[in-house]
Design a protein around this ligand. Sequence first.
Ligand code: DAH
Length: 368
Amino acid sequence: MSDTSPAPEAPTIDEASIDAAIDAALAAIAAAPDTAALKRVRIEHVGDASVLTSAHRAIKDLPKEQKATAGKLVGQGKGRVQKALAARQEELAAAEEEAALAAETVDVTLPTDLRPRGATHPLTTLTDRINDFFVGIGWEIAEGPEIESSWLNFDALNADPEHPSRSLQDTLYVAPEGSGMLLRTQTSPVQIRAMIERGAPLYVACPGTVYRADEIDATHSPMFHQVEGLAIDKDLTMAHLVGTLDAFAAHLFGGAPITRLRPNHFPFTEPSAEMDFRCFRCEARLGLDHDADPDCRVCGGTGWIEMGGCGMVHPNVLRAAGVDPEQYQGFAFGLGIERLLMLRNGVADMRDMVEGDVRFSQHYGTEI
Ligand code: DAH
């Protein structure tokens, strides 16, 4: 390394090299493919270290008589280059914006996603509606397992050991034989579970899936849904039962509700009754003071629709669940949700509910 720096070059401005620098700059500007490349061209040809800028700086050191000519030469040259840069910048920026817009174009005529949308099953919607009613009158919702002990499904509910519903023709038992377990045939065992777990007083609605050894046809299914109601308190009577059913019928069918009870027998209630609701279609068509429409598709001309069973909870059932029948009474009722959907919404065939065709569900929308 030499310790003496080279002598500074005598300032000269050579016209040919300025022209060459201008030509090189203009050629580079024209060739720049995009704004990023143009930025590099700007630095190289008119930046601090460029030939033109260095020449510009050198003018002040030139002999006086050369300054004007050199100033004109370099100034005009730089001006041409700046102008070319600005024009090219505008051109490239416009092209880049156009390309970006083209890339973001959405073709609104392309086919949309045509996969069918799902829909809530009408049984679910109807069950939600039922639950809403009971929650609205201050009851709780209780659920139990679908695989149930036969003690809870039958014995605790006061069913005789020989009761026909226990037979293999009616009930699906869980292997091995003698396991004492079955697929619950009714939601009534949830009554017992609720009383044992929550104690009295108690107001619960118990919706759920139940199973029977049935073949599927238009009106039967081996798997269906029920909702059970149970109220346990001091001084409850059948009048409370009827009042509750009237309000429930009004929630489901609207209009002026009339509930009719007909004597029947269930092991878990005493007295027991079959509960009918006044046919909502005849009522709407003919008014309450009139007879039923003899051709009614809903009630078949009887003016009543059979909804399920009910009664006052049998003292044996209260005792089995640890509730003192001397202190507490209660009423209970149970009904099938599929049957309710068929009557209420005119579903003619139960198989439509289990086939899983989404169009069936879509037909009902989100509110039924
Ligand atoms: N568990 C009965 C059935 O499956 C329905 C029923 C009837 C439930 C009377 C009740 C009731 O709570 O009191 O057919």
